[in-house]
Design a protein around this ligand. Sequence first.
Ligand code: ZN
Length: 335
Amino acid sequence: MKKLLLFFIGILFISCASSKKANINEDAIKNKYVDEINVIDLKDHVYLLANDVLEGRKTGEKGQKLSANYLAGYYQNLGIDPPEGHDNYFQEIPKSFFNKKSNASSENVVAFIPGSEFPEEVIVISAHYDHLGKKGKEVYNGADDNASGTSAVLEIAQAFQKAKKSGYGPKRSILFMHLTGEEEGLFGSKYYTSHPIYPLANTIVNLNIDMVGRVDKKHKNKPNYIYLIGADKLSSELHKLSEETNKKYSQLKLDYTYNDEKDPNRFYYRSDHYNFAKNNIPIIFYFNGVHDDYHQLTDTPDKINFEILAKRTQLVFYTAWEIANREKRLVVDKK
Ligand SMILES: [Zn+2]
């Protein structure tokens, strides 16, 4: 009897200690894994993806296929699996889907970390990895557009996987998505949202990253900024959570200029997140704004500000962490 009592006291003690640990350490945990997102790794990825060898990553061409293999190999090395029931990381899109804008079939690259408590609820973190190809022998490297966002997704995945390996995996599932055919007309996201791997009804948010490695003219002397677009359009909770997360961890200046419905650039409608928003899925689009090298041969890796790229990537990680681990699923309360 005494032994039994001691046993129960022991159990009680252990369970108190572990729930206490979960509360106290959440910030410490976040801060520990966010260090996985750093300048050195981001530099490696951007310089590789924007290398001439990849010939501008044009949809359906050799360089895009090589890039897809690089991304898939990276997830395999990290031990992040393809989506359940899939034996590889490629979502193949037939040539016919591209309305003659690709010479061959092409592929989205997808990797999946299942959630520990609400596995059916899925967060999509996306970036397109295709670009404009070549002009004669000259290569459009697309370092900012969008080797920067592609690298950000890779680093965020690594941080979540490291956390998972130490027992702090996300409560909700995360789908890491590298989209093709964006430059030709958002084809990768159009295909995914019409052929979703996980039901769109349970896809709770899309965090989309397209061009996050540069500083535009407006912020020349204050590079700690990011343009956010779309956060308040479908979910007031998402906007609030995004603001609070930034205030607490990243302290970037969140610039909402392009979020204004009256802004003539209409960026909300111009990258892959829009295909998710159309399906009533709340989105945030992370963007550094335009610059003179946009869609030019001069969008090269040496012009990337890797410190700010790391900070912006960390903000997306913190935001995804909050959405993945909060008690309740994000509410869609706007039309
Ligand atoms: Zn882009």
